[in-house]
Design a protein around this ligand. Structure first.
Ligand SMILES: [Zn+2]
Length: 175
């Protein structure tokens, strides 16, 4: 028996700020249905330390706050330098020839593995503008590494601490 109480549902949701869809992958934001600035998505350690909460926009996050296993995967892919249209150091910019030569030599024995971690670490800690969003742009436009961008997007959907960046368990979110 379907009980049909004839009260049609009115869309009474206030769609005040729901129009900020500047993301490329235009998937519906299933999580974060209501904006809750009070509810801190931080691990207990960061919460107790009163750690500064990072933006909900992951593009603004520093490279160093990308969750470890995701970052490892990103670096692993980037170390497959043959796939890149431009070499990482050149694409990111700001690396002088001596530094580039030094890094190349250092990871030569390992077939270049480890290069991306080093380079991204240096680049990301240089200034605030060198964040995830900037990296994504370079990966897309200059290096044409969609595979790496996809990895970053996976991380963007991962529930992580907005203080330190470690992976958190979210009971509602079924990964
Ligand atoms: Zn934390």
């Amino acid at each position: 028996m379907v009980e049909d109480s004839s009260n049609f549902r009115r869309p009474n949701e206030t769609s005040s700020e729901a129009s900020s869809s500047d993301n490329i992958g235009s998937q519906k934001p299933t999580q974060e249905s209501k904006k809750s600035s009070k509810e801190s998505p931080m691990c207990s350690s960061c919460a107790s330390k009163g750690e500064t909460q990072l933006s909900s926009d992951r593009d603004k996050w520093p490279i160093g706050k990308i969750e470890n296993s995701c970052f490892r995967q990103i670096c692993k892919l980037l170390d497959l330098a043959d796939r890149s249209k431009e070499p990482l150091t050149g694409a990111l910019g700001g690396f002088d020839q001596i530094t580039v030569a030094y890094i190349e030599k250092k990871y030569e024995d390992k077939g270049g593995m480890g290069t991306a971690k080093k380079v991204l670490g240096k680049w990301g800690s240089r200034n605030k503008e060198n964040n995830v969003g900037a990296l994504k742009k370079i990966l897309e436009d200059t290096m044409q590494r969609v595979d790496v961008v996809e990895e970053i997007e996976k991380w963007e959907n991962l529930f992580v601490c907005h203080g330190c960046g470690i992976k958190l368990n979210k009971p509602q979110c079924s990964q």
